[in-house]
Design a protein around this ligand. Structure first.
Ligand SMILES: Cc1ncc(COP(=O)(O)O)c(C=O)c1O
Length: 431
C-alpha cells in the first residue's frame, strides 16, 4: 500500500511559492505541478518518495507518453522528456536559419560547458570526457584503437553486448589476437563466483578485459570494481560497457577503477537519441588511436575522439536539458524508484505457478531491468500475449543462456500500469 496517498502528499505541498506563481504565468500546467511537487520533496526520504504515486504521476506529465500502449522496453532506449524534445526542435530550427553559422559558431560553442557538466556527473575531469553518438561508438573507439599484436589476449564475456562481441571477433580475425571467453550463469548474487570467472580467464598475455556494468539481457549488475581491481593487479587494462549504468544508479566513473567507460546518453540520462559519451582515464588517452582520424592521433587530448565530421549539433546541445532534468529528480530518488518499480511487479508474479524470474531483486544486483518467462512457453508467446491483450510493449531475449521477456519500466511508469503487467503475466501463466 502507498503510505503517502494523494491527499497526504498534497497537504504537504502547501501553498504555491511566489516563484511558482510567477512561473505559472508562463509555464504549462504539467510543469507547474511537477515543480511544486519537486519543491517539496525534501519532506520525504528517497525511499518514501519511491512509493508516492502522485509524485511520479506528475513526473509522467513531463514526458509525451503514448496513450495507446504501455512502454516497458525502456531498456532499448528511453524517450526524452518534453524539455529535451523542445530543445532539439528549437536548436534544429535555429540551425536551419543559417546552418554553418548557427551550428559552428553558436551551438558548438556550448560543447565545453556541456563537457564540464557531464564530467561533474561522472566525477572526473572534463579532459577525460569525449562526446559522441552512442555506446557502440565509444566501445569500438577503444576496441579498434587499442594497440594489440597477434598473440595478445583479451577477456570478453559471452553475455556482453552483441556489438562488443562482434567488434572483438572482428579484431581477432583481422589482427590475430586471441579472445578468452567468460561464460556466466545468470542471474547471480554470488560476488566471488562472478569475479572468479574473470580471474580464471586472465593469463600473462591478457592485455585488456571488457566488463559490462549492467548486462542488458537480464539487468544483472556486475561487480565491476572487484573485477577491475583483479585486472589492474595483473597490469590488464579495463574497458567498461556502461550503456545501462550511467544516470541509472548512483556511482562515479573513477570509483570503478576502469581505464575506459562508454555509455549512451539516450538511455538513462534521457538525452535525445544519438547522444553518447566516452570516458578515458587521462594517462590512457595517448595510447588509443581515434576511430576517426585526428591530426595528432597519439596525443593525450580527449578531443581527438570528436572528429566525427558534420553531425547533429542540435542533439548534442540538448543533452544539457537532460542533465537538468536528472538534477531535478536526483539520482538517489530515481534509483530508488526504479528499484521499487522492478520489485513491485516481480513480487506480485514470483509465486505464480510456472513463472520464472531471471533477475535479482536485491538492489546490489539489479535496478530497473527485470526478466520473466513462463515454463513451457516461449518468450515470444508471452511478449505477443502482453501486447495483443494488454497493449504492453516489452522485448524478447534469447542470448547465450539468457532467455525471457525483458521488462524495463522508467520514471514515468506508474504502478497501475504495472498492475496490468502483473495481470497479464498471471493470466498467461494460467492459460
Ligand atoms: C550493454 C549494452 N552495450 C552497448 C549497447 C549499445 O548501445 P547503442 O545502441 O546506444 O550504441 C547497448 C544497447 O542496448 C547495451 O545494452
Amino acid at each position: 500500500m502507498n503510505p503517502l496517498g494523494r491527499r497526504s502528499f498534497m497537504k504537504r505541498l502547501g501553498l504555491a511559492s511566489a516563484s511558482g506563481l510567477l512561473g505559472s504565468l508562463v509555464s504549462p500546467a504539467w510543469s507547474r505541478q511537477l515543480r511544486n511537487a519537486v519543491d517539496r520533496t525534501e519532506l520525504f526520504s528517497a525511499d518514501q518518495l519511491a512509493t508516492d504515486e502522485d509524485f511520479w504521476y506528475y513526473m509522467q506529465q513531463a514526458f509525451t507518453v503514448s496513450p495507446t500502449l504501455i512502454n516497458l522496453n525502456n531498456g532499448g532506449v528511453s524517450p526524452a522528456p518534453k524539455t529535451v524534445q523542445e530543445a532539439v526542435k528549437r536548436y534544429y530550427d535555429l540551425t536551419n536559419e543559417a546552418p554553418s553559422y548557427y551550428m559552428w559558431r553558436i551551438l558548438d560553442q556550448g560543447r565545453e560547458a556541456l563537457r564540464a557538466r557531464l564530467a561533474a556527473m561522472a566525477g572526473c575531469s572534463a579532459d577525460e570526457i569525449a562526446m559522441n553518438r552512442n555506446s557502440t561508438e565509444g566501445l569500438e573507439t577503444v576496441i579498434f584503437g587499442y594497440p594489440l599484436q597477434a598473440g595478445d589476449e583479451v577477456v570478453v564475456c559471452k553475455q556482453d553486448y552483441i556489438h562488443v562481441v562482434h567488434a572483438w571477433q572482428q579484431r581477432a580475425l583481422r589482427d590475430g589476437i586471441r579472445i578468452n571467453w567468460v561464460d556466466l550463469v545468470l542471474p547471480s548474487e554470488d560476488e566471488s563466483y562472478l569475479v572468479s570467472q574473470y580471474v580464471k580467464a586472465f593469463t600473462p598475455r591478457t592485455k585488456m578485459v571488457t566488463i559490462t556494468h549492467v548486462i542488458n539481457w537480464n539487468g544483472q549488475i556486475l561487480p565491476v570494481r572487484k573485477i577491475a581491481d583483479e585486472a589492474k593487479k595483473r597490469g590488464i587494462d579495463v574497458l567498461v560497457d556502461g550503456a545501462h549504468s550511467f544516470a541509472h544508479f548512483d556511482f562515479r566513473i573513477p570509483d570503478l577503477n576502469a581505464d575506459y567507460f562508454a555509455t549512451s546518453l539516450h538511455k538513462w540520462l534521457y538525452a535525445p537519441i544519438g547522444a553518447g559519451m566516452l570516458y578515458v582515464r587521462k594517462e590512457k588517452i595517448a595510447r588509443i588511436y581515434p576511430l576517426f582520424a585526428a591530426e595528432k592521433p597519439q596525443e593525450g587530448e580527449i578531443r581527438k575522439f570528436e572528429h566525427l565530421g558534420t553531425r547533429p549539433f542540435f542533439i548534442e546541445e540538448a543533452i544539457g536539458k537532460a542533465i537538468e532534468f536528472n538534477e531535478m529528480i536526483g539520482l538517489e530518488r530515481k534509483q530508488k524508484r526504479l528499484q521499487y518499480l522492478k520489485n513491485y511487479w516481480m513480487e506480485r508474479v514470483r509465486d505464480v505457478p510456472k513463472v520464472v524470474l531471471s533477475t535479482s531483486m536485491n538492489p546490489k544486483w539489479g535496478c530497473a531491468i527485470g526478466m520473466v518467462s513462463v515454463a513451457g512457453k516461449t518468450p515470444a508467446e508471452l511478449d505477443s500475449f502482453l501486447f495483443s491483450k494488454y497493449r504492453i510493449h516489452t522485448t524478447t531475449i534469447n542470448w547465450e543462456g539468457i532467455s525471457g521477456v525483458r521488462v524495463t519500466p522508467n520514471v514515468y511508469t506508474t504502478t497501475s500500469q504495472l498492475d496490468l503487467l502483473v495481470e497479464g503475466i498471471t493470466a498467461f501463466a494460467r492459460s
